[in-house]
Design a protein around this ligand. Structure first.
Ligand SMILES: [Zn+2]
Length: 103
C-alpha cells in the first residue's frame, strides 16, 4: 500500500489576504472546505451565502464553543459578537474559517 501526500503551496496573495484578515479581526484564520454553501441565517438577505465559520469560546461555558456560519458581509458583526463573549476564562480565542470556494 502506498501513501500519497498532497502538498499545496499557498498562493502568496492568499497568504497576505489571510494575514490581513487575522490582523484586522484579531482572529486565527484558516481555510475550510467543510462550510456548507447555504443561505446566511445571520442577515437573511436574499442571495447571501455562507462563506465563513466563526468559532467563539464564551467562558461561561467553554465546554461548548460557539460556531456560527455566515456570509462575507456578516463576518465583522459575527466576529465582534464572538469577541464580546470572550472572557479571561476563555481557553481559545476567536477563530475564523473561510470557505475554500470564497478564498
Ligand atoms: Zn449574512
Amino acid at each position: 500500500m502506498t501513501t500519497s501526500y498532497t502538498t499545496t503551496i499557498p498562493d502568496p496573495a492568499e497568504v497576505v489576504a489571510l494575514r490581513l484578515l487575522a490582523a484586522v479581526f484579531d482572529v486565527t484564520v484558516s481555510i475550510s472546505d467543510q462550510i456548507p454553501r447555504v443561505a446566511c441565517d445571520v442577515c437573511g438577505l436574499e442571495g447571501a451565502e455562507t462563506a465563513a465559520r466563526v468559532h467563539g469560546d464564551p467562558a461561561e461555558d467553554s465546554t461548548a464553543p460557539t460556531c456560527t456560519d455566515c456570509c462575507v458581509t456578516c463576518i465583522p458583526h459575527v466576529v465582534r459578537a464572538a469577541h464580546w463573549e470572550l472572557r479571561d476564562g476563555s481557553r481559545r480565542g476567536v477563530r475564523l474559517e473561510v470557505a475554500s470556494w470564497a478564498a
